[in-house]
Design a protein around this ligand. Structure first.
Ligand SMILES: Cc1cc2nc3c(=O)[nH]c(=O)nc-3n(C[C@H](O)[C@H](O)[C@H](O)COP(=O)(O)O)c2cc1C
Length: 326
């Protein structure tokens, strides 16, 4: 409903952001490091609105090859006291052709926002064809993305998380590299529930295979940090996820150093939250649940707050603060 209203937002100049927030990654300039996380704008309904609200980039999707409806309702639950959401959406998507056309239309009208395109397989795709789905998505959408995110970590598509294993990552990489090598960057989005003993090998494989970055993290199936009994299945996001995501960002940074950048997500609702993820190792940050509880001015206030925190600590740019706590 709100998205339908936002989709009519006219394209206007992005608001000015402090110069120390400019950052260069994947060969691209980002006006600031605060992005919209995947899942809120699955069909690229409102990129002009995200640009006007001060986001430095938006990850649209998850987009699937063919249109699909996702799980039946209800499929999102609010936990306001915990500042959390639980969702079981299961990738509702208008499909790659329709969403691709929409992104092209925004580009043609002069949209400046950086767009990450997050992709995933259709629900009825058998495990043996999942890599082929990613290949199709890469072919169909690679040319219009600033970067692409291979989503291997949503808990609501059965079996998807198994594709985070080194063998499966190799399979996906060779599928998206065929039939011709595209110039777009591919990142991998990871779950915060990966076992600490497996994380190292997964990160090493991601680097070896030439992926351009890691998005950490998706939602969690764990309820340890929730603090209340809640038996609804689905992915938990928001404040209870924050430390789990940050620990994972730190662990990835310790393992791979600065070889490839991390985009940090999970429980960001203030400039301090965003700064903590950056100091743990994230070069960019993204949020979804914080926007639901804090409202549409959040990206602008995070940018103002981040600039103040950098100045306080004597950093002249975001990149100087990345990973200082790792
Ligand atoms: C309702 C909802 C839907 C989501 N859908 C997707 C999705 O389609 N693809 C994806 O990669 N992540 C999806 N996510 C995960 C977010 O992109 C993000 O990784 C996670 O929610 C942690 O950030 P947050 O605590 O700021 O929400 C979704 C999250 C929520 C709350």
């Amino acid at each position: 409903m709100v998205l339908a209203m936002l989709s009519a937002w006219p394209i206007s100049e992005p608001p000015a952001t402090p110069r120390e927030l400019n950052t260069r990654l994947f060969g691209l300039e980002f006006r600031n490091p605060v992005g919209l996380a995947a899942g809120l704008d699955k069909d690229a309904a409102a990129p002009a609105a995200w640009q006007s609200l001060g986001f430095g980039f938006a990850e649209v999707g998850t987009i699937t090859p063919r249109p699909q409806a996702g799980t039946s309702r209800p499929r999102i639950w609010r936990l306001p006291e915990q500042r959390a959401l639980i969702n079981q959406l299961g990738f509702p998507s208008k499909g790659m052709e329709a969403v691709g056309r929409r992104i092209e239309q925004f580009r043609a009208k002069g949209l400046k926002l950086r767009i990450g395109i997050n992709v995933g397989p259709n629900k009825d795709t058998p495990a043996s064809r999942v890599a082929a789905d990613y290949a199709m998505l890469a072919r169909g959408l690679g040319a219009i993305a600033d970067f692409m995110v291979i989503n291997l970590s949503s808990p609501n598509t059965p079996g998807l998380r198994a594709f985070q294993s080194p063998e499966r990552l190799r399979e996906i990489r060779s599928a998206i590299d065929e039939p011709r090598r595209s110039t777009v960057c591919y990142l991998v989005k990871l779950s915060p529930d990966i076992d600490a003993t497996e994380l190292g090998a997964i990160c090493d494989t991601i680097v070896q295979l030439g992926f351009a970055g890691i998005v950490a993290t998706n939602t969690t199936l764990a309820r340890t940090e929730l603090g209340i009994a809640w038996d609804q299945a689905g992915g938990l996001s928001g404040r209870p996820l924050r430390e789990r995501s940050r620990n994972m960002i730190r662990a990835i940074r310790r393992r791979i150093g600065a070889q490839i950048p991390i985009i940090g997500a999970g429980g960001i609702a203030s400039a301090d939250d965003a700064y903590g993820h950056i100091r743990a190792g994230a070069s960019l940050v993204e949020l979804y649940t914080g926007l639901i509880y804090e409202g549409p001015t959040l990206a602008a206030s995070l940018n103002a707050g981040l600039a103040a925190l950098l100045r306080r600590d004597g950093f002249s740019s975001i990149s100087e603060a990345v990973g200082v706590d790792a």
